[in-house]
Design a protein around this ligand. Structure first.
Ligand code: SF4
Length: 686
């Protein structure tokens, strides 16, 4: 029946889906969420919510939730006590580390879970296992953002804030399907345009936002650096760049200039498919409408040149003087609700939390003292793609996968399965059985969103509270508790006994970026890091007045490089991948939300009208999409939004997940896979 208003209480929390980090009020009747509304006047969403935030909560009540630890015996899972399961995990890791060394184990943390969980997992690997091998799914999305922006600006986060989209004079959106992947962020873009900002959209697909654009540049997949160099060529040759800003706040201008002079509009046009006239007019529009904000997503990062793409966007904004001021900056929209946080918490192979380098002896000494341990690993750990490779060659023996459905989200699914099958020992923490937990030896049941107290950090560096409204089912436990209990079996006593104790006693005091953001302060509302002292209200805009973290902003001279796999006679199409509005990734959560399943019950491959006609494929007809790695059977969606030669798919459904087809070729710096480009063939099923 319908809840009566006097029985309903409201609890504020943070949305568990995308990196926008909308603030929600959960309307509770007992321990049941009966309705979700946006928190008025709260950043970043000011009361707005998309369909996932509003209707995507029933998964926590699913009867399919894991309620007990599971141990695999003779190929079947059986229930076990916590002591038995944790002893087994600890003993197996001890045994492997004793025989093969700490490099033989690896961990993948979770960008869906609270900061406190990721902090605790990297601590388990570093302090208890003495292994440097900890990473998480930023590797498959925004690792190039972190690496690229650290190189360009000194700090690897969005420079400005979502609310500023509504107040800027120009919005340059490249490689982002915001209306579906970050719906509420896109509403602020539309507000900005209504307030008079110019909107420039650059994408291979004519996605929804292009309908609103003043300029829509339908770029060829993987040609971003050439296109951006072309824009900068015009800015420099027409003398439209911000000379004062470049002189006072940037270095390496001469090298950049020399490089972009090799990309006059004609050459940029040949590579990118955008006309010379349009390249010139977009460059002029950018120069005439300042300040302006650059916004990008995975269309920039998921390429073999991902880090170069990021630095190229940073180059453009520095050249325009669009950094270090309000309504400007370089603004990557992070994918997962807490992928910013998982990076911030040091679930990366090169940094402790707060981006303190593992190779810095001072940082090592600091954490050895704080954690009361000796011998923290001081070399760089393995990135996820290397972990899989080493599992395949049996140099790595055990992998601990926390909350990631890697059989589905990593490229080349057949290869991922082969690697997990080759592993001697696989442990998963999860809230459901997934395609990945099938390969586990031990599955540990975890508390989900709304079953534990902690924090998420959104794409604009805003740390927000996540609150508990119900108990975890069965004997499921918070992830930070699970990691602590394993550490105990390695002889370590970790005192923190709640999200708050983890935050206030370890996370904040041990990282200058978070030092002033106490849990009590976070309880009053979100805070954007850096927040260094108790008086510090947080930082809305990074690099204010051109004061970059590492001194001067670094302009980079970058050349365009093509995708690793380009179409040929056998595989004449380019496959590009992404997400659709109603589902999230492999649907572990949204697949268990009735309303969302009704809205998108099956998957499609989007193809162009021209190609459909040429191949005699009807809208809705089953086709085969084949790559060098696999074949999937899927319905064709003939779309005017897709250019000739492109096939576009998502990863929401397992059978026809695009990742059966995608390539493992990755960014040269961060190894982030090139999900946005591989070669495929399509075939009508006769
Ligand atoms: Fe949640 Fe993102 Fe939708 Fe906001 S835009 S409600 S954070 S899924």
């Amino acid at each position: 029946g319908k809840a009566r208003s006097w029985e309903v209480t409201k609890v504020r929390t943070t949305c568990p889906y995308c990196g926008v980090g909308c603030q929600l009020n959960l309307h509770m009747k007992g321990d049941k969420i009966v309705k979700v509304t946006g928190v008025e006047d709260a950043y970043p969403n000011k009361g707005r919510l998309c369909v996932k935030g509003r209707y995507g909560y029933d998964f926590i009540y699913s009867p399919e939730r894991l309620t007990s630890p599971l141990i695999k015996e003779n190929g079947k899972f059986r229930e076990a006590s916590w002591d038995e399961a944790l002893d087994l995990v600890a003993n197996k890791f001890k045994e492997i580390i004793a025989t093969d060394g700490p490099d033989a184990v690896g961990g993948i943390s979770c960008a869906r879970s609270i900061n406190e969980d990721s902090y605790q997992m990297q601590k388990l690997f570093r302090a208890a296992f003495k292994s440097p091998n900890i990473d998480h799914c930023a590797r498959v999305c925004h690792a190039p953002t972190v690496a690229g922006l650290i190189k360009s600006f000194g700090t690897g986060g969005m420079t400005n804030s979502i609310e500023e989209f509504a107040d800027t004079n120009c919005l340059f959106v490249i490689g982002s399907n915001m209306t579906e992947a970050h719906p509420i962020a896109s509403t602020f873009v539309k507000n900005g345009q209504r307030n008079g900002a110019k909107l420039i959209v650059v994408d291979p697909r004519k996605a929804k936002l292009a309908d609103y654009a003043d300029e829509f540049a339908q770029i060829k997949v993987g040609s971003d650096v050439a296109f951006l160099n072309g824009l900068m060529n015009v800015l420099i040759t027409e003398d439209l760049y911000d000379k004062d800003f470049v002189r006072d706040h940037c270095d390496n201008f001469e090298a950049l200039k020399e490089k972009v002079l090799e990309y006059p509009p004609k050459r940029a046009s040949e590579i990118s498919g955008v006309s010379e006239e349009q390249i010139i007019s977009i460059a002029r529009m950018l120069a005439d409408n300042k300040p302006g904000m650059a916004i990008y997503t995975l269309g920039i990062t998921e390429h073999t040149c991902g880090t170069n793409n990021v630095m190229s966007v940073a180059n453009l904004q520095m050249l325009l003087g669009n950094v270090g001021k309000p309504n400007a900056g370089v603004n990557p929209l992070r994918g997962q609700n807490n992928v910013q946080g998982a990076c911030d918490m040091g679930a990366l192979p090169n940094v402790y939390h707060g981006y303190q380098s593992v190779t810095d002896p001072a940082a090592k000494a600091k954490f050895e003292k704080a954690w009361n341990v000796e011998g923290l690993p001081d070399k760089l750990g393995l990135m996820i793609p290397d972990m899989f490779e080493k599992l395949e060659t049996k140099e790595m023996k055990a992998i601990y996968i926390f909350g990631e459905n890697v059989v589905g989200t990593e490229p080349d699914i057949s290869h991922v399965i082969k690697c997990l099958e080759a592993a001697e020992f696989v442990v998963c923490n999860d809230i459901f059985q997934t395609e990945t937990t099938q390969y586990a030896d031990v599955v540990l049941p975890a508390a989900a969103w709304s079953e534990d107290e902690g924090t998420f950090t959104n794409c604009e560096r805003r740390i927000s509270r996540v609150r508990k409204v119900k108990e975890a089912p069965g004997i499921a436990k918070p992830n930070w508790w699970i990691f602590r209990e394993i550490a105990k079996r390695f002889g370590q006593t970790w005192a923190a006994d709640s999200g708050q104790e983890l935050w206030d006693n370890e996370i904040a005091p041990l990282a200058p970026f978070f030092a002033g953001a106490t849990f009590d302060k976070l309880d009053q509302g979100g805070i954007q890091w850096p927040c260094k002292t108790p008086e510090d209200p947080g930082t809305q805009i990074l690099h204010l007045d051109g004061n970059f973290t590492h001194g001067k902003g670094h302009l980079m001279a970058l050349d365009w490089t093509p995708p690793a796999e380009v179409p040929d006679a056998d595989y004449p199409f380019t496959l590009s991948t992404g997400r659709r509005l109603y589902h999230y990734h492999t649907r572990t959560q949204t697949g268990r939300c009735e309303g969302l399943n009704e809205l998108l019950p099956e998957e499609y491959a989007d193809i162009s009208e021209v190609d459909a006609k040429r191949l005699g494929i009807e809208h809705g007809e089953m086709i085969l999409v084949k790559s060098r790695r696999g074949t999937v059977k899927v319905k064709a969606q003939v779309s005017e939004r897709i250019p000739e030669g492109l096939v576009w798919m998502a990863m929401h459904y397992f059978e026809n997940n695009a990742n059966w087809l995608t390539t493992r070729s990755g960014d040269t710096i961060t190894k982030t896979p090139e999900y946005k480009a591989c070669a495929v063939a399509i075939e009508k099923i006769q």
